[in-house]
Design a protein around this ligand. Structure first.
Ligand code: ZN
Length: 217
């Protein structure tokens, strides 16, 4: 299948409700993006975990997932599981980010995610950004909310392995979770790979893609 390439990809906004969401949902894509684009601007905003050990984990992890990028990380202190009650704070944070960035791509949760914080953040994205490709990543969980994604980023086996290794290395606070293991992350990546004719992949949902089929001039 022909892959669509954006005409320009110099800046990425990466959004997560919690520390580790971005790495789980789009870690392989971040590695892939940054591998071929030294100096890529990545503005990451995480809504919760600020001022705790989880912020330290997140900063180290994102530095590893975005090698050689021009990376800026903001971790806020919204309480976990309470995004609907902190809607204005979250929206203001996104609007602040919009004012100081010009992304060519936004990575965020998707609107079908069963976790209210993920879903709330996903629903805020199109209210803040228009005219920018926004891809909603998936996070496997107890709720069983995996959907039918339509956008795939194939991952070469080295990148898929690197993602799993970095997830294990950088988030010791999550290792006790029974689902937080190599099989979970590699298993979903393998399934998404099957769906797009690759060994491994990360998959995304999108509300809208505008294409340009005019011949290049
Ligand atoms: Zn989360």
């Amino acid at each position: 299948m022909t892959g669509l390439r954006p005409a320009r990809l110099d800046a990425v906004v990466a959004l997560g409700a919690h520390c580790d969401d971005l790495a789980i949902g789009a870690g392989g894509t971040l590695l892939t993006l940054c591998a071929g684009r030294p100096g890529l601007r990545v503005d990451a905003l995480v809504l919760s975990g600020g001022g705790t050990g989880r912020e330290d984990e997140e900063r180290a992890a994102l530095a590893a997932f975005c090698p050689r990028a021009d990376l800026a990380v903001t971790v806020l202190k919204l309480p976990d599981g309470r995004l609907p009650a902190h809607w204005d704070e979250a929206k203001n944070a996104l609007e602040d980010l919009r004012a100081r960035t010009a992304p060519d791509l936004i990575l965020a949760p998707w609107q079908g995610d069963a976790h209210q914080d993920h879903r709330g953040l996903a629903e805020l994205v199109p209210t803040v950004w228009r005219g920018c490709l926004a891809l909603g990543y998936e996070i496997v969980k107890w709720d069983g909310d995996l959907g039918r994604p339509s956008v795939y980023q194939p991952l070469d086996p080295e990148t898929a392995e690197a993602k799993v290794r970095l997830l294990q290395e950088h988030y010791p606070s999550q290792r006790h979770r029974p689902w937080y293991d190599r099989e979970t992350f590699l298993g979903l990546a393998r399934v998404r790979g099957v769906e797009c004719g690759a060994r491994y992949a990360e998959a995304f949902h999108t509300n809208k893609i505008v294409i340009d089929l005019a011949s290049g001039g």
